[in-house]
Design a protein around this ligand. Structure first.
Ligand code: ADP
Ligand code: MG
Ligand code: MG
Length: 248
């Protein structure tokens, strides 16, 4: 059951071509990992998938659940079941985490979300992520530590329940305990009827997750795709051997 199909996507930022022909298919039930050196285009790909306005698609198509979404707006993609960990504003004064998530849930599902049931579900999910109950009443991202922001992204994912979650470096800047909680959160989320695309530099995040596919993004192209053993190989040897394999 194909969820996402990316066909020969070329994309640019400020007239500079960053993605040079990306092909990727993600089926329901799968966990994909993208690794690659800094500047390879990983975040560009994540942003293109959510149609961030700074990124222009020059060629290629993106299909989601069989429909061409190449030209759909971000909110429409979210309503169809896509989620990007960085799609929310940095700081929203005056709006609590609880209100924000409840509003987002209602907007994405198109249905009203009952307050008490929502409060209960939120508290349960926060507990699983080792977050304090008072966190729900704090203002969104205001004074959040790096770890709290990252956990908040995972919390958003578990509340919004997207069919495809794209997590761009959700582990960066986290202490080891927080990485473990985030890793477990992703593992709990991953099911037969959804898919997760994880962009990461770190093996640690994958400790509790067994990816089905690991892709190496180099200079705007997927240079290699393999199973989870590739994570160890990159951790030990870096990316140079992948470049050399391409004749560089
Ligand atoms: P990665 O996430 O793999 O580290 P990015 O996709 O963030 O790489 O960046 C790929 C390239 O695109 C880099 O050369 C970066 O400088 C450039 N780039 C990305 N976003 C922007 C932007 N908003 N403005 C200018 N250049 C950008
Ligand atoms: Mg990046
Ligand atoms: Mg666009």
């Amino acid at each position: 059951d194909t969820l996402l199909k990316i066909q020969n996507i070329k994309a640019s930022v400020e007239d500079k071509e960053i993605l040079k022909g990306i092909n990727l298919t993600i089926n329901k039930g799968e966990v994909h990992v993208i690794m690659g050196p800094n500047g390879a285009g990983k975040s560009t790909l994540a942003n293109v998938l959510m149609n961030h306005p700074n990124y222009k698609v020059g060629q290629g198509e993106i299909f989601f659940k069989g429909e061409d979404i190449t030209h759909l707006q971000t909110d429409e993609r979210a309503r169809r079941g896509m989620f990007l960990s960085f799609q929310y504003p940095e700081e929203v004064p005056g709006i609590t985490v609880e209100n924000f998530l409840r509003t987002a849930k209602a907007s994405i599902s198109g249905k009203p979300v009952r307050l008490l049931a929502f409060k209960k579900a939120l508290q349960e999910k926060m507990e699983l992520l080792d977050m304090k109950p008072e966190y729900a009443q704090r203002y969104l991202n205001e004074g959040f530590s790096g770890g709290e922001k990252k956990k908040n992204e995972i919390l958003q994912m578990t509340i919004l329940e997207p069919d495809l979650a794209i997590l761009d470096e959700t582990d960066s800047g986290l202490d080891v305990d927080a990485v473990k909680v985030v890793s477990q959160g992703i593992q709990m989320y991953s099911k037969e009827d959804n898919a997760v695309l994880i962009i990461t530099h770190h093996k640690k995040l994958l400790e509790h997750i067994k990816p089905d596919f690991v892709h190496i993004l180099l200079d705007g192209k997927i240079s290699m795709t393999s199973d989870s053993s590739l994570v160890d190989k990159i951790e030990a040897q870096g990316y140079q051997w992948v470049r050399e394999g391409r004749g560089e």
